[in-house]
Design a protein. Structure first.
Length: 281
C-alpha cells in the first residue's frame, strides 16, 4: 500500500503526496537542550506522522554540515546501527530510512548528498562501535546518524558498559571532527520490562546531553503514536510488531530530515533561542 504512494527515480529521489511539516524549537533555560515539536501545517494525508510532543533534542549546531552547504559542497552522511538502519521490516531496501532520508535531504538542499547505509541487524553496541571506529578512521563523513541501544536493552546488556561504549563512539567521532546525531530505541507494544527498557532510553539521552550531541527520540515519537491510536502504531510497524514498516521508516526519515535541516540553518541564529514548544491535539 505504501509503495504505491512513493514514486522513486533511479537516483532515489521521489515525490510524495504529503505536505511538509512545520517545526517549533524550544530550549529549556537551564539545560540548554533544543527541543523540536512537530506541528502544523500538518501532513495532509497522514496526520498520524506528526509528533505532538518534543522528539528532537540538541545541544549545539551542525557546523560542519552547515559550512559545506554554504560552500555548495556535497554532504556525506553515515547511517549506522542495527536492523532499523539496515531496513528490516521494510518491503525492500529502497524503503529503509537511510534511502528515504537521502531523497528528503537532496530535495531540501537542492544539491548532492549521500547517505550510506551501514546498518547491520542484530548488533549490540559493542559490535557497532567497533565498525564505527573503523569506518571513521578510514573515511570521515560529515555527519554520523547512530541508531543505538535497542538490542542492548532487549538482550539484557550491562548499563554501565553500554554508557561507556556510547561515550567511546561519540568521542571518537568528535576527535576526528565528525558531527553526530543519535537515534534512540524504538517503542513497541510487547516490551517485557518497560522500566529496564526505558532506563536504556534514558542512558542515550543523558549521554547526548553530556557529550553535546543531538538526539532524535524515536521512542518518544512511537510511544506517542500508540497513545493516540493503537492502529496508528500498528501501521508504523511491520508484521512482526517490532521493526518499522515502510510507512514508519518514511515518517522517521522525514522528521530526521526536518530536524537536520533546521539545525543546519541555525548557523547565524541565537544558539539558545527560547521558544515555547507547541502541543496541539
Amino acid at each position: 500500500m505504501e509503495k504505491a504512494r512513493l514514486d522513486r527515480s533511479p537516483t532515489g529521489a521521489r515525490q510524495r503526496t504529503w505536505t511538509r511539516l512545520g517545526i517549533v524549537w524550544a530550549v529549556p533555560a537551564l539545560a540548554s537542550v533544543l527541543l523540536a515539536a512537530l506541528s502544523g501545517p500538518a501532513l495532509a494525508e497522514d496526520a498520524a506522522c506528526r509528533a505532538y510532543q518534543p522528539i528532537f533534542s540538541a545541544s549545539g549546531r551542525l557546523e560542519r554540515v552547515t559550512s559545506r552547504l554554504i560552500r555548495r559542497e556535497p554532504v556525506r552522511v553515515l547511517a549506522i546501527g542495527s536492523s532499523s538502519t539496515e531496513g528490516i521490516g521494510a518491503s525492500s531496501p529502497a524503503f529503509s530510512y537511510p534511502v528515504q532520508l537521502q531523497a528528503d535531504l537532496a530535495r531540501m538542499w537542492k544539491g548532492a548528498v549521500t547517505v550510506e547505509n551501514a546498518g547491520k541487524g542484530g548488533e549490540t553496541i559493542f559490535e557497532t562501535v567497533g565498525r564505527l571506529e573503523t569506518i571513521l578512521r578510514a573515511d570521515r563523513p560529515d555527519l554520523v546518524i547512530w541508531q543505538v541501544g535497542t538490542n542492548d536493552a532487549v538482550k539484557g546488556g550491562d548499563e554501565a558498559r553500554f554508557s561507556a561504549l556510547l561515550r567511546q563512539g561519540i568521542d571518537t567521532a568528535q576527535a576526528l571532527g565528525v558531527e553526530m546525531l543519535l537515534v534512540d530505541q524504538q517503542y513497541y507494544p510487547t516490551i517485557r520490562d518497560i522500566g529496564r527498557y526505558e532506563r536504556f532510553v534514558d542512558l542515550v539521552n543523558a549521554m547526548a546531553t553530556v557529550e553535546q550531541v543531538p538526539v532524535f527520540s524515536r521512542y518518544r515519537l512511537m510511544k506517542a503514536w500508540g497513545e493516540r491510536s493503537p492502529d496508528t502504531l500498528t501501521s508504523m510497524l511491520s508484521s512482526d510488531g517490532f521493526h518499522m514498516s515502510d510507512r514508519g521508516y518514511d515518517c522517521m526519515a522525514r522528521l530526521i530530515a526536518d530536524g537536520v535541516q533546521l539545525m543546519a540553518a541555525k548557523k547565524d541564529a541565537d544558539p539558545n533561542p527560547t521558544v515555547t514548544t507547541a502541543a496541539r491535539r
